[in-house]
Design a protein. Structure first.
Length: 296
């Protein structure tokens, strides 16, 4: 069975038309969540994940500042803990058919939150968090202060080693969570040590205005093409394709349609069905997850 055939057997039918998918999603009642922040005025937000209670530090001051390049990554968004909980679920369909303990994961636009890395750390080989440099110290603090809750003891001793090379995205041996600065308009994704590609690319609530769409989709495609290049260099075919998993809150229908039109040009795309999601992550709750693989 090919990977597209496997997707067809698990997910909703392949999406061919962005307008049709947009109409289906937005024709049903969607709860109003404003922009989708949990508490933009709090210095910390608590999040329950995989049986542990994490404290996430955020920055209301940065959020309300006039910093060029955006500030939305300075606080935790409502979808973040729910999506992380889904990633950590023992019955998540991604495991082991698509991801396993040998997998390398790249996360785009993580903001101040390492929750997805916390969810995946026990299940994959490496998780690279990326965003603009302004969130790095908050990510580092959240990694440091919550590391004792991780099931991998290696992550608890990682902080001092990560600080030595803040921009490399290359963790020290036995550390499987790292942070790297990645500007979608100027930088290219870099795999972790001893790897030449990623098994999955995550983007959680990164689609909320028109200007972000072209560089986001381009970065997703560049990251997934590293697997294609690896196959070409090795003269191999048939490796698991890099997955691009995009989770988002349903806000403006035209922004969503514009993103999906751009995404469909590079990717074959499927929506994750309700029976593979908790109620809090379904379209009826105002959220949606799509999975893409590069077109041949």
């Amino acid at each position: 069975m090919t990977y597209p055939e496997l997707f067809e057997s698990i997910l909703e039918p392949e999406i061919e038309d962005a307008e049709e998918e947009t109409f289906w999603l937005y024709s049903q009642p969607i709860p109003s969540s404003n922009l989708g922040f949990i508490d933009p005025k709090a210095d910390t937000v608590d999040a329950h994940l995989a049986g542990a209670d994490y404290t996430i530090h955020q920055s209301p001051g940065v959020l309300s500042s006039s910093r060029a390049g955006g500030t939305t990554g300075a606080v935790l968004w409502k979808i973040s803990p729910v999506f992380a909980g889904w990633l950590s679920s023992p019955d998540n369909f991604l495991f082991p058919s698509f991801l396993d303990q040998t997998s390398a994961v790249l996360e785009l636009g993580c903001g101040i939150s390492p929750l997805n890395a916390f969810a995946l750390s026990p299940r994959v080989a490496s998780h690279t968090l990326t965003d603009q440099a302004y969130v790095q110290r908050f990510v580092q603090r959240n990694l440091d202060e919550n590391a004792h809750l991780l099931s991998r003891s290696s992550a608890a001793s990682s902080s001092s080693r990560r600080r030595s090379k803040p921009k490399s995205g290359r963790p020290a041996p036995d550390v499987n969570i790292s942070f790297a600065t990645l500007d979608w308009e100027t930088d290219s994704p870099v795999p972790p040590p001893q790897r030449r590609s990623f098994d999955a690319v995550l983007a959680c609530d990164c689609v909320y205005n028109y200007a972000l769409i072209p560089p986001l989709v381009q970065t997703c495609a560049e990251a997934c093409r590293l697997r294609v290049k690896e196959e070409d260099d090795d003269g191999e075919v048939g490796k698991r394709p890099s997955l691009c998993i995009v989770a988002q809150q349903l806000r403006n229908d035209d922004v969503f349609k514009s993103w999906l039109e751009a995404f469909l040009r590079d990717f074959r795309v499927w929506r994750v069905p309700d029976d593979k999601l908790p109620e809090a992550l379904r379209p009826s709750a105002g959220f949606v997850i799509h999975v893409g693989i590069l077109r041949q």
